[in-house]
Design a protein around this ligand. Structure first.
Ligand code: DSN
Length: 419
């Protein structure tokens, strides 16, 4: 019996209503082409660690310095996760307690600046993240937020323009990283800009941490004052966050995480992070990051050859953005049509989008999850064709049905690792 069947068996006896919802979600995941670039498929070993008795333990503090008794084993578990994170990313210090990327960013700001300071981050509509200064997030509420964006011509970052903005606003923190930017970052250039204006450099590598881990994206670790990441995206671990920094900042970062931003750490999630970090040293992960990027490039080329326009003309990482403006379609329309065809994507703003954030003009998609399921170049060609068919024939039920059938067949050929 696989891990899913075993767990559902236990749950059916304890809580049939919840078991039936979880079973339905498992089916959705099993038979849906998952193209949301921030999602992935955690291994059965990660699920075992996360769904374990470690959830019972309180351990406020850090390994060896806890406010609770009985921490001798969880101390070793957390220290193991820290050592593995430092080894994988060549970092001097890792705090593995952040519950998610937003908590990691909250603690990172607390460690390197104070309320009211100026932070300069990438505009959300150009690919940035809510926690990089949006007025609806703590980052825009507690700090004075300014933004830089991509250039209108290339839809890519122009580092001279970032420098000009930094000189103009003199931030205490320069924030780099994004949730919808299909290109790699030049961390050396960003570090130089930060240094020139006396700012600290915070790199949020939530999206591309797995690409960094696998050597398919430059690492910000040698350049940044603080690096934050999530563990559930390209890193292929459990839901969670993490912070990396030089040893000299370790104390400030640890204090900012606890008691600054959080209470007790989630030891079950930390164990899951340890398992995922360990997996990067195993043969099964060899080449994964390169395959994610190669698949993304192949998918992007396929979409463009089917007449779709991609923001910045392609991708260098795991994600891409389709510009729906030339087709006079909206992101919401397309996302909903994709859902009906068992292909999951998300609508997203694109640079210089004049549509509302709730119904923007872009579709964001990526390859981490389908690559984990084992799909390769041939499947990317087919997926590009299916997506183009859906978009070019939006509302045609016969096409949607045909795509749904092909999407299901692909999912059946590359099953989730839970049965
Ligand atoms: N909301 C996440 C994403 O989907 O990219 C980023 O935190």
């Amino acid at each position: 019996m696989g891990i899913a069947a075993e767990r559902l068996d236990v749950l059916r006896r304890a809580d049939p209503e919840l078991a039936s919802l979880m079973s339905a979600e498992l089916d959705r995941q099993q038979y849906t082409l998952e193209l949301i670039p921030s999602e992935n498929v955690a291994s059965p070993a990660v699920l075992e660690a996360v769904g374990s008795w470690l959830t019972n333990k309180y351990a406020e503090g850090t390994p060896g310095k806890r406010y609770y008794g009985g921490c001798e084993f969880v101390d070793q578990i957390e220290a193991l996760a820290q050592q593995r994170a430092c080894a994988l990313f060549s970092a001097e210090h890792a705090n593995v307690q952040p519950h998610c990327g937003s908590s990691a960013n909250l603690a990172a700001y607390m460690a390197i600046c104070k309320p009211g300071d100026t932070i300069l981050g990438m505009d959300l509509s150009h690919g940035g993240h809510l926690t990089h200064g949006s007025p609806v997030s703590f980052s825009g509420i507690f700090y004075h937020a300014e933004f830089y964006g991509v250039s209108r011509d290339t839809e890519q970052l122009d580092y001279e323009e970032v420098r000009r903005r930094a000189q103009e606003v003199r931030p205490q923190v320069l924030v780099a990283g994004a949730s919808a930017y299909p290109r790699v970052f030049d961390f050396k250039a960003l570090a130089e800009i930060a240094q020139e204006v006396g700012a600290r450099l915070l790199v949020d590598m939530a999206h591309f941490a797995g690409l960094v881990a696998g050597g398919a994206h430059p690492s910000p670790v040698p350049y940044a004052d603080v690096v934050t990441l999530t563990t559930h995206k390209t890193l292929r671990g459990p839901w969670g966050g993490m912070i990396l920094c030089p040893e000299e900042r370790a104390k400030e970062v640890d204090k900012a995480v606890f008691p600054g931003a959080q209470g007790g750490p989630l030891l079950h999630a930390i164990a899951g992070k340890a398992v995922a970090l360990h997996a990067w040293a195993q043969p099964e992960m060899q080449g994964y990051a390169q395959r994610v990027v190669a698949n993304a490039k192949r998918l992007a080329d396929g979409l463009m050859s089917e007449g779709l326009r991609l923001v910045s003309g392609g991708t260098d990482n795991h994600l891409m953005l389709i510009d729906l403006r030339p087709l006079q379609l909206t992101g919401r329309q397309v996302q909903e049509a994709f859902d009906r065809a068992h292909v999951t994507v998300n609508r997203n703003s694109i640079p210089f989008d004049e549509a509302s954030k709730f119904n923007p003009s872009g579709i964001r998609l990526g390859t981490p999850a389908v690559t984990t399921r084992g799909m390769g170049p041939g499947e990317m060609d087919e997926i590009a064709h299916l997506i183009a068919q859906l978009i070019h024939h939006l509302g045609d039920e016969a096409v949607a049905e045909e795509v749904a059938g092909r999407a299901r067949a692909l999912c059946e050929a590359y099953p989730l690792p839970y049965s």
